[in-house]
Write a protein that binds this ligand. Structure first.
Ligand SMILES: C[S@@+](CC[C@H](N)C(=O)[O-])C[C@H]1O[C@@H](n2cnc3c(N)ncnc32)[C@H](O)[C@@H]1O
Length: 242
């Protein structure tokens, strides 16, 4: 059962709400994940987010990591949720990449994991602070992490990413981030709704460095692919930027 939310437990609650209000219009969105009820802070107008980010980035280089697609919960999060269904992740540190509003990571939280939620964009991380507070989730952290740019000084035995493989130019940075954050013997789960580009990603990643399994997850209304990557050679100084 979700603990009752008490704003008084969060001394910075009002300041946080005000910061979010100044950035964008948002609302509480109820969502069931792993049979548990969560309230997620979501942008009220995802199209407005898309338009604003596109306007801001149109004059910047293609290496810029701003991304307009964080403002909704993507179906691939449900693929991660279903894939984790039988797992007990109690106290396991898990890294989520490109978390957006955090639904994929919450699937791990619901099974006991201590998730480090990360994204390249900062607005979803701000909303996620509201979400974690509202749902009385302790033991998780929120960090900005741009693929191939930022680094967290530790490794994780489980890394998850929901719908983060859809941009070809992000692949080298993503693979670099996976190699530098995956613990020996660990696994990576990347979900997507069978995008054709991701089939190319699979061919690219299936090298002697990575072993790749593709799992089909049938949901009521759609099908999701979950790629399970394990590293075959993760040495010191490993980089996927060959
Ligand atoms: C399609 S959205 C998926 C969001 C969320 N995982 C979900 O499934 O609902 C892709 C996410 O990846 C993030 N992203 C895109 N490029 C990135 C990069 N280069 N570094 C870090 N995050 C990135 C975006 O900000 C966005 O939140």
């Amino acid at each position: 059962m979700t603990p009752r939310f008490e704003p008084r437990r969060h001394p910075h609650w009002n300041a946080l709400r005000c910061r979010c209000d100044r950035r964008l219009a948002w609302h509480w969105h109820p969502l069931r994940i792993a049979d548990r009820a969560f309230d997620l802070a979501l942008p009220s107008d995802p199209d407005q987010v898309l338009t604003t980010v596109c306007r801001q980035t149109s004059n910047r280089s293609s290496a810029d990591t701003s991304d307009p697609f964080w403002a909704q919960v993507w179906p691939s999060t449900r693929g991660i949720d279903r894939f984790l269904a039988d797992r007990d992740l109690t106290a396991l540190p898990v890294l989520e990449l490109g978390c957006g509003v955090g639904a994929g990571g919450l699937a791990a939280v619901a099974r006991g994991a201590r998730v480090t939620f990360t994204d390249g964009a900062t607005d979803p991380l701000l909303l996620l602070r509201l979400t974690l507070a509202r749902n009385a989730i302790d033991g998780c952290t929120i960090r900005r992490l741009r693929f191939g740019v930022d680094r967290i000084d530790r490794r994780f035995s489980l890394i998850i990413g929901s719908d983060v493989t859809y941009l070809r130019h992000c692949w080298p940075g993503l693979l670099d981030t996976l190699a530098s954050h995956l613990a020996p013997g660990g696994e990576v789960l990347l979900s997507d709704p069978y995008r054709s580009l991701v089939t190319e990603f699979v061919e690219r990643v299936a090298t002697p460095r990575w072993r790749v399994e593709s799992h089909h997850v049938a949901l009521d209304d759609t099908a999701i692919r979950v790629l399970r990557l394990t590293a075959q050679t993760l040495g010191k100084g490993f980089s996927d930027r060959a």
